[in-house]
Design a protein around this ligand. Structure first.
Ligand code: CA
Ligand code: CA
Length: 304
């Protein structure tokens, strides 16, 4: 067994032991209930417990990964999508997604100031996705601390207060990408197009060139077209970048990039867990960070 496979096996074993313990509790709870309604409620709370077990399981995988490597790439165990694991009376499935391979919208404003370099990257991403450039202005205004519209297509309190259901501009970093729904111009269609390529992290972050999709790579590097970025992704997925020198050496000829703002590893990940238990289902997502020593921390968690 390869080292990475052994790692997965150990983590899986840990997860299954934890699942077995929770399932045993669930059965006792189920046996002690009399009505169908209370059975369903018990099932649902057990399903939610399994979601929390899944999140802890992701934390274990990410912790294990940090011990075994300095780089983060898509062939590592954390990036594998596992088939649903059967547990007594149900099953649990989940996956982990790196959040530094995609564009962090909170990079647009850093320390209260608009970051022109990051704004240029976001405008390129909008262009690559065939979206309106004006979206960048509205989003900058939503995040920046002042109340001055950044251009004719920007939007501060004046715009939002004039809506049928008025509200105020956040004037602070996004807590989650779902907040985009409140920002001028970010309708369902725009958000669906943008969603796979953007995130909202609690601080400015670097782009991990080992996990970024072609669209994000092309947006990150001024002058790199989408075809060149796709070619780079194809060869990267055969052999990940082991160092920044390795990355720059493998760029198309005559192409130089500023290395600032780039990384080969990641500190932020989102885990998604889906559980079926008895006749109920539960799901949850959590933003995890590996910043600092110790067990990966949960920045936020949502359970349904
Ligand atoms: Ca790693
Ligand atoms: Ca503002």
């Amino acid at each position: 067994m390869r080292k990475s496979q052994r790692g997965v096996a150990i983590v899986l074993a840990m997860g299954i032991v934890a699942l077995a313990a929770i399932t045993a509790t669930a059965i006792i709870v189920a046996q002690s209930t009399w009505t169908r309604q209370s059975e369903l409620t018990a099932d649902h709370s057990q399903a939610q417990s399994l979601v929390r077990v899944g999140v802890d399981w992701a934390r274990a995988i990410l912790s294990d990964d940090r011990v075994s490597s300095n780089v983060d790439h898509l062939q590592e165990p954390w990036a594998l999508r596992l088939a649903p694991i059967p547990v007594e009376n149900g099953e649990i499935a989940g996956f982990i997604e790196d959040q530094q391979g995609i564009f962090n919208l909170n990079n647009l404003v850093s320390g209260g100031r608009v970051d022109a370099f990051e704004v240029a990257r976001f405008r390129r991403l909008l262009r690559i996705l065939d979206l309106q450039d004006a979206l960048a202005d509205a989003l900058i205004d939503w995040i920046d601390p002042d109340d001055v519209p950044s251009s004719g297509s920007g939007a501060e309190d004046g715009y939002y207060l004039a809506l049928k259901s008025p509200y105020l501009t956040a004037n602070r970093p996004l807590t989650d990408v779902s907040e985009l729904a409140l920002v001028r111009g970010f309708d369902n269609k725009v958000r669906a197009r943008l969603r796979p390529f953007v995130t909202a992290l609690p601080r400015s972050t670097q782009i991990n060139v080992n996990t970024a999709p072609a669209e994000v790579l092309a947006a990150t590097f001024d002058g790199m077209d989408i075809d060149a970025a796709r070619a780079l992704v194809v060869q990267r997925d055969r052999a990940y970048f082991i160092s920044m020198a390795d990355f720059t050496n493998r760029l198309p000829r005559k192409f130089t990039v500023p290395i600032s703002g780039l990384a080969l590893s990641s500190e932020y990940f989102i885990v998604t867990i889906q559980v079926a238990f008895g006749e109920t289902q539960a799901s949850g997502t959590a933003l995890l960070t590996r910043e600092g020593a110790g067990w990966p921390a949960v920045v936020w968690q949502k359970t349904l």
